[in-house]
Design a protein around this ligand. Structure first.
Ligand code: GLA
Length: 377
């Protein structure tokens, strides 16, 4: 499966951890449709770790769904998700056990891929725990990719090796459609800031077919759930979502979408931010201005239809910041006689035409995102 733009959906891990069930998945599928998330592009509903029994079936050697959590089996859940017009995602691991100590797919790749295809899976998140020493991680991703292709179903492979073993150098060649490039996110500002900053040199590897995945969003969690931590403010969630959109990162919601609040819903369905994230050209952003060890930067990103995204960040705790971006840094010198007509991505408001430069004041942890068009000045 070759995703043309960053995959979008929901994953159970951040909020639910091991507390997953048939009922909770069905309710989530309902909510994704009723609240307009599906219409906004969130199409995958992915069940993460902890869905199976602790041991394989002794006769068939297959992984078996936990009969308490999923009393109707996985095909029934998958059918329900498909009836809603959504796509269904499963989870396994390259190692002998998953990260939460359930059976992994090591040495069972083809059997398990066939099982996921029987379930009607469209997506497989494939984790990296309990890999036997001296085995080759790259080869294990190649194996699962082949196994998924051999299953006869078009299943998107979502690699999750946390950026180890120079993954960005080889992952595209395996056939995976996205790859986790960092350790696990938890729901606080420092966690997502450091995840983002760690990837500044790697976005160039992200392109149609295989996207850099900085982990599921914590937007809207407000400290609740499995990776709850201290939570973030709404302003910080807006910065997280904006970074993920600006940098073309897969958008996998991690909050409980059944009771998502209006602020979060409005943010994650913002058409301008999603237009940037889903831009068909999938070009990497560039640093247009660097300040304070990349805490206070300006970024540019060439979009389709002659548009350009501009983002200012204040990822520092510094209150006294005003960021200055000369358009020369975007490749638009004053001598060109051109300037930028700019609209605010958060509000859609037309901010008018700027020439030569923009200046942006930002509170700590805040950001600004604009969509611009080149015009005569
Ligand atoms: C790893 C992954 C997480 C999640 C857990 C499940 O830590 O990075 O995203 O899938 O395993 O146990």
């Amino acid at each position: 499966m070759f995703p043309k733009t960053p995959p979008m959906g929901f994953n159970t891990w951040n909020t639910f951890g091991e507390n997953i069930s048939d009922e909770m998945i069905r309710q989530t599928a309902d909510a994704m449709v009723e609240k307009g998330l599906q219409a906004a592009g969130y199409e995958y509903l992915v069940i993460d770790d902890c869905w199976s029994k602790r041991q394989r079936d002794p006769v068939t050697d297959k992984i078996v769904p936990d009969p308490v959590k999923f009393p109707n089996g996985m095909k029934a859940v998958s059918d329900y998700v498909h009836e809603k017009g959504l796509k269904f995602g499963m989870y396994s691991c390259v190692g002998v056990r998953t990260c939460a100590d359930y059976p992994g797919s090591f040495d069972h790749e083809f059997l398990d891929a066939a099982t996921f295809a029987e379930y009607g899976a469209d997506y497989l998140k494939y984790d990296y725990c309990y890999r036997p020493d001296k085995t080759n991680g790259e080869l294990l991703y190649r194996k699962m990719s082949m196994a998924l292709k051999a299953s006869g179903r078009d299943i998107l492979l979502s690699a999750c090796n946390w950026g180890c073993d120079d993954v960005h150098r080889w992952i595209r060649s395996t056939g995976a459609g996205l790859y986790r490039s960092t350790g696990d996110i938890i729901d606080n500002f420092v966690s997502f800031r450091d995840i983002f900053l760690s990837q500044l040199d790697n976005f160039v590897y992200s392109a149609p077919g295989c996207f850099n995945d900085m982990d599921m969003l914590t937007v809207g969690m407000y400290s609740r759930g499995n990776v709850g931590s201290t939570g973030c403010t709404d302003l910080e969630y807006r910065t997280q979502f904006s970074l993920w959109c600006m940098f073309g990162i897969p958008l996998m919601l991690g909050c409980d979408v059944r009771d998502i609040n209006d602020v979060t819903l409005k943010l994650v369905t913002n058409p301008n931010l999603l237009r940037i994230n889903q831009d068909i050209e999938c070009r990497p952003p560039f640093i247009a201005r660097e300040c304070d060890n990349n805490r206070r930067n300006a970024y540019g990103r060439v979009l389709s239809d002659n548009e350009l995204a501009i983002m200012f960040t204040n990822l520092s705790d510094d209150r006294d910041t005003s960021l200055w971006l000369p358009f020369e840094n975007l490749g638009l010198p004053i001598a060109s006689g051109k300037g930028l007509r700019v609209r605010d991505a958060f509000t859609g408001e037309d901010k008018g035409v700027f020439k030569e430069y923009m200046k942006q004041a930002l509170e700590p942890h805040d950001c600004a995102v604009y969509i611009a068009q080149i015009v005569d000045v």
